[in-house]
Design a protein around this ligand. Sequence first.
Ligand SMILES: Nc1ncnc2c1ncn2[C@@H]1O[C@H](COP(=O)(O)OP(=O)(O)OP(=O)(O)O)[C@@H](O)[C@H]1O
Ligand SMILES: [Mg+2]
Length: 363
Amino acid sequence: MDTIVLAHVKKTYSGVTAVQDLSIRIREGEFLTLLGPSGCGKTTTLRMIAGLEDADEGEITVGGKTFYSIEKGIYVPPEKRKLGFIFQSYALWPHMTVRKNISLGLEERKINKDQIEATVSNALKKVQLTGLENRYPSELSGGQQQRVAVARMIAAEHQVFLMDEPLSNLDAMLRIGMRTELKHLHHELGATTVYVTHDQNEALTLSDRIAVMDSGLLRQIGTPEEIYKKPADLFVARFVGSPQINIFEGGILTEKGVQYFICGPLKKELSVQGVHQDRNIIATIRPEEIRITKEKDSAWLEGTVYSVLPAGSETIITVKSDDLDLTLKMNGFSDIQIDDKVWMDFNSDQMNYFDPESQKLLF
Ligand SMILES: Nc1ncnc2c1ncn2[C@@H]1O[C@H](COP(=O)(O)OP(=O)(O)OP(=O)(O)O)[C@@H](O)[C@H]1O
Ligand SMILES: [Mg+2]
């Protein structure tokens, strides 16, 4: 079942189009991430779902109820939408204790004191902050403040969570720790979640599905694996994955009835045959899908190592082969060094081909 439905939603700020004709269906219990570069319309989209921003066109439905529709003249104010929201900054009240920050929203409802206390301690337990009830936000680390904000959202028992870059203020270590907590929490609570980030790694690690946006447009929506392995266009291919995907613009060569992709010294049999002969074509391959060896193999692509970046669990190697620059990723450490002569083999199954004009995936 779909919980959140955006249909042809559009938003313009005094001439600037922030969101263009956006249609997304988010399933019940799904963790959906809006991913894209700064200014692509992520926050605007989330704020329109929350009701903090009015759309210019389109319709927004949550849990079968229309929250917003220009055509039908419906507008449900944010406080009546009953959605949990975490903003880009954690926005805890500085003059209130952790307990008070969490219980504030509950006190407004008619719930007795014992029940509130139980809800607060349960929420704190879930984010592993039991015992910090009486501290003030200034007495907590950034990560702990972040977790209080999450606890507040849990305590309110909303069915839908909206989170706008909730980990952006944390250092790299804390961010990874909090990812683990958020993922487990989502598994435990099963609340439908719309999560906003510009960090492709965060999107890949947390999401059931990712919606990639660019300049207010939805470029692709799919599982992390679909987005990573079959990007719908070159924007998505470039934006997702680190180090960046290898991109080669070349042509097509036919030999004995077999079509090859050809770009400088690179020649690869096309995974789909029967492509128009006289066209340019762009091939891509992820850095981990290229094998490398120092032992000469004339069937493989020859090159010279330009740089080697060991990072413990992996090593990034860049190689030059004629005019081509290639980036490779290997597991662990490598005995390959700068200026070494090397031979590379591409995993053809994992190559994608794009149309240079439309930039869209061909196959
Ligand atoms: N209140 C506003 N008035 C005018 N323009 C706005 C307003 N809010 C957002 N915009 C513009 O709309 C576009 C989308 O903004 P939005 O905040 O949704 O981007 P974002 O994807 O969340 O970016 P970031 O990753 O930087 O947070 C941007 O071009 C932005 O400058
Ligand atoms: Mg934003």
